[in-house]
Design a protein around this ligand. Structure first.
Ligand code: AMP
Length: 280
C-alpha cells in the first residue's frame, strides 16, 4: 500500500530556500545527498541508500564555485540538468533542491574554515582552498537542509573524512559513507569522466586495474614505501601521465603508513588536462 502510494507521489523540485522550508516542514529522518550534478551510477547508489534508510530523500544539485581552485575548471564543469531530473524522477526521489548561489551564500555569517597543518596532504596540498570550500558549502547546506543523514562517497575519501569530522562536530547530522561504484573496466565513475576521450577512458581503466592488483600484491611484501615509489614511476612512464600523488595512507587519520592493514592507496593524476582521483 505504502509502495503504491509512493508511486503516485511526484518528485518536488525546490528552486529556493522558501520552497525548501515549506517542503521539509514537519518531516523527520531526512536523508540528504549533496551533488554537483551530471549524475551517474555512483550518485544513484548514494540516493538508493538514502531512499532505504530515510523517510524522505533530498538530492541537491549545486556546482559550488568556492571549491574550485581554477576558474576554467569551474566554467567547464559538466552540466546535464534535464537528464539529471529525469533520473531523479525515475528513482522516485522525494525532493530535488536546485539552489542559486545566493540561496547558499546569502547567510552572511562568516564561516571561517582553516585546515590543520597535518590535514594539508593529498588533494589539500595540490588544490589550495578546495577543502575549505567543500567544508564551507557542506556547513551551509547542512544548516539549510537539517538532515538526519548525509550520504557521501568513498570515491572522495579525503573529502568524506574531513566533512564527517567537521559536520558531525557541529551538527546532529550523521555522515553515511557509501562504496565506490566502478564501470566494467574498474574505473571509478565520476562526472569528470565525460571530459575524457575513448582511449583516455580505457587508459584510466587500465590504471585502476593495475592499482587493484598492486594493492593485493602489497599484502605479503615489505618496504611498501619503495614499492609504491617504483609503481609511481612505472605508471608515469607507461601511461604518460602526470601524477600528483600515489601514497599509502591509513584509513582512520590519513597518516602515511608502511602497513597494508587499514590502509588505502590514494592517487591523483592527470590524463591530458583532466584530473582524476581514486583510492583502493
Ligand atoms: P560530486 O557530484 O562529484 O560532488 O559527488 C557527489 C557525491 O557522490 C560525493 O559524496 C561523491 O563522493 C559521490 N560519488 C562520486 N562518484 C562516486 C562513485 N563512483 N561511487 C560512489 N560515490 C561517488
Amino acid at each position: 500500500m505504502f509502495y503504491l502510494l509512493k508511486c503516485f507521489i511526484q518528485m518536488k523540485t525546490l528552486l529556493n530556500n522558501i520552497d525548501l522550508n515549506e517542503a521539509l516542514f514537519g518531516n523527520s529522518n531526512i536523508g540528504f545527498v549533496p551533488t554537483m550534478g551530471s549524475l551517474h551510477d555512483g550518485h544513484i547508489s548514494l540516493i538508493k541508500k538514502s531512499l532505504k534508510l530515510s523517510n524522505k530523500t533530498i538530492v541537491s544539485i549545486f556546482i559550488n564555485p568556492k571549491q574550485f581552485n581554477n576558474k576554467e575548471d569551474y566554467k567547464k564543469y559538466p552540466k546535464n540538468i534535464k537528464k539529471d531530473l529525469k533520473i531523479l524522477k525515475k528513482i522516485k526521489v522525494d525532493f530535488v533542491y536546485l539552489p542559486k548561489i545566493k540561496d547558499v551564500y546569502k547567510d552572511k555569517n562568516k564561516i571561517k574554515i582553516k585546515l590543520n597543518k597535518r590535514d594539508k596532504i593529498l588533494c589539500a596540498k595540490y588544490r589550495k582552498g578546495h577543502f575549505e570550500g567543500v567544508i564551507e558549502v557542506m556547513t551551509r547546506l547542512t544548516k539549510i537542509v537539517r538532515p538526519s543523514k548525509i550520504f557521501m562517497g568513498e570515491k572522495d575519501f579525503q573529502q568524506l573524512l574531513l566533512v564527517k569530522r567537521y559536520v558531525e562536530k557541529n551538527f546532529k547530522s550523521k555522515i553515511i559513507s557509501c562504496k565506490t561504484i566502478r564501470d566494467k573496466n574498474k574505473l571509478a565513475l565520476s562526472s569528470r569522466n565525460t571530459h575524457l576521450k575513448k582511449n583516455d577512458l580505457s587508459k584510466a581503466g587500465k590504471i585502476a586495474k593495475k592499482l587493484i592488483i598492486f594493492k593485493k600484491e602489497l599484502s605479503n611484501k615489505k618496504n611498501l614505501k619503495d614499492l609504491i615509489f617504483m609503481k609511481k614511476n612505472e605508471l608515469k612512464k607507461k601511461y604518460n601521465i602526470k601524477i600528483d600523488y600515489l601514497e599509502l595512507r591509513n584509513t582512520k587519520n590519513l597518516r602515511l603508513t608502511n602497513k597494508i592493514k587499514n590502509a588505502k592507496i590514494f592517487i591523483a593524476y592527470f590524463i591530458n588536462k583532466v584530473r582524476l582521483i581514486d583510492n583502493f
